[in-house]
Design a protein around this ligand. Sequence first.
Ligand code: IFM
Length: 440
Amino acid sequence: MTDPRRFPSDIILGAATSAYQIEGAVDADGRGPSVWDTFAATPGKVADGDTGEPGADHYHRWADDVDLMASLGLQSYRFSIAWPRIQPDGSGPVNPKGLDFYRRLVDGLRERGIRPMPTLFHWDLPQALQDQGGWENRDVAKRFADYARIMFDALDVRDWLTLNEPKTVVEAGYQHGVHAPGFRDDARAYVALHHLLLAHGLAVQALRSSGGDRRIGPALNLTPVYPAGSGPKSQRAVRHADGLENRLYLDPILKGHYPDDTLQWIAARSPMPTLIADGDLTIISERVDLLGVQYYTPRYVTDDGEREYRHPTTQAWWQEIHAEGMYDLLLRITRDYGDVPLVITENGMPAPDEPDADGAVRDPWRVNFLRDHLDAVRRAVADGARVEGYHLWSLLDNFEWAEGYRQRWGIVYVDYATQRRTLKDSALWYRDFIKTRDLR
Ligand code: IFM
């Protein structure tokens, strides 16, 4: 019998961030503009007119931040590389200062015994590529593979992630207009989706041809879908929502085809199916070594396909707290997609955390959230899910996209005026948990 309170010692525990959300320094050392600089500078797009400046000023404070990670005992750090720091125009000449920043970061992590896990694209597309059509332009997928090759040559890193949450780019960026590039157009959204997946596949191929025993995969936000009703109508609504939430991304990457039902639905709205060229799905389904799984919320759908809320929400209106969803999701992937190693690349919650009179940041809600979700991971592993790692979102409070700095997702509080970092109670809890693996 395994001790039910103990989390397996062979699952690597870490934290995640992304470049535009924490680095700040958007004009430093030759970085080019990204779509998020443009979007955030457009009045009315981001709460309070916030932008990626100052972020957590991590570009200048990275060494202290790595020390802080070491003090928490993190075993892995998932971060993203800002493409516009590497190729300010999205293609062509490399900016050596941009490369040096990530080289120093990777070396610093290694020296402190923390595994680096870079993501190549976490939404900050170079603006110059958006000006050429962005993800609607098939060529941008090829530019992404060029950039990926540059990074594979520059950084001696074992585990890589290609794209962060293509679904969010498609839905928030191209359908709801609330993220960069800010469109509301289903037709364009699914064209962008296909080229994002093509970019993923081309980057996987690029890693394969770079040799070595390095590993790569996508980081997908996946959502267990449950019926809010009963009967056949409800089952159909769940299947449709599951297609858009999960199978549209998992099937092409892991099975080599788009789900028929979802593709038919898309065909009525977008030319995307006509743009799938011969061989595209072979590229998209190039074998991956790991699957990054990001779990935040379940989704309950009514017979009419509407969302129904069944659990407490967080400061993020779209997030219902339901740790069992993590368990269901991990086992569902294992059942339907086989033996691919799973790395949880994000999981967390926001709150308007502030220091109390003693300067402490009390966030019992986050401690409970983490404990419950980690316990769900433990149970899923006991029942057969092949989970290698867990990264909470996020290490630091940061720029939460359209919500600006209002939502604090970090286990480390950031005072944006002074850039002082304070460990929240959840950081102290996580530090102890990494050592003891005790879920009590
Ligand atoms: O902050 C984001 C992150 O960039 C991608 N996944 C979800 C997080 C919380 O919304």
